[in-house]
Design a protein around this ligand. Structure first.
Ligand code: PCA
Length: 214
């Protein structure tokens, strides 16, 4: 099995993006799966094509995109991507779409095709916090998750795909407010590694009660 793991470049005034920094720390093989690492731009119009170039170069079985979710306290695994681009701040190319569909003819949303409950469970079983998230936001991360799932649905039927958001790295939080959550890059990378182990081991998701009450 081959898995393409992407991380975004820094955006919004940050010097690093913990997503790609953690991806770089991953081993090259996880549970027998070959890991291909790729940095992609935090740009609405360029992120999807950058992933597609990686797909065409490496023919992965799985595409896992990883992005920063500053303010979240732990690694969160996204269940759904919505057909909406709504940017509070310009992206790294100055693009700032508002109220726009990502795909004019696309469905309102796509669900991930990764075994997210098994992923959450395996991270937790190794003693690290992890949750499912039911919104990837409306910025470039949701954009790339939606567009990759759209590509998989329309052009690459054998690819399973999904998205993980990671918290600020500790060094990013040093100058931020006292309540800003963060994690070490090593912890973030280990969480990603355990999540990927579960992808390699589970073609179908496990039946475990998760979800939220609000
Ligand atoms: N996080 C942003 C875009 C790039 C990134 O790492 C997001 O959550 O949309």
């Amino acid at each position: 099995m081959k898995i393409l793991v992407t991380g975004f470049d820094p955006f919004g005034g940050e010097k690093v993006n913990p997503a790609y920094e953690a991806v770089k720390l991953l081993p090259d093989t996880i549970a027998g799966a070959e890991v291909i690492k790729l940095e992609i731009p935090t740009v609405f119009s360029k992120s999807g094509p950058a992933v597609e170039a990686g797909i065409q170069a490496h023919h992965p079985d799985v595409v896992l995109n990883v992005g920063q979710a500053g303010g979240r306290a732990c690694v969160t695994i996204e269940r759904v991507a919505i057909n909406l681009a709504e940017a509070r701040i310009p992206d790294n190319a100055g693009e700032q779409p508002m109220d726009e569909p990502l795909q004019a003819e696309g469905p309102a949303a796509y669900f991930t095709t990764l075994p997210i409950k098994a992923m959450v469970k395996n991270v937790r079983d190794h003693g690290l916090p992890c949750h499912i998230s039911y919104t990837a936001g409306t910025y470039v991360c949701n954009c790339v998750m939606y567009n990759v799932l759209h590509m998989a649905a329309t052009k690459y039927p054998n690819i399973r795909a999904g998205f993980i958001h990671v918290p600020f790295a500790s060094e990013q939080a040093v100058e931020k407010a006292v309540s800003t959550p963060s994690a070490s890059l090593e912890t973030i990378a280990k969480s990603l590694e355990y999540a990927i182990e579960a992808i390699a081991a589970n073609k179908e998701d496990v039946k475990v009660a998760m979800g939220t009450t609000h």
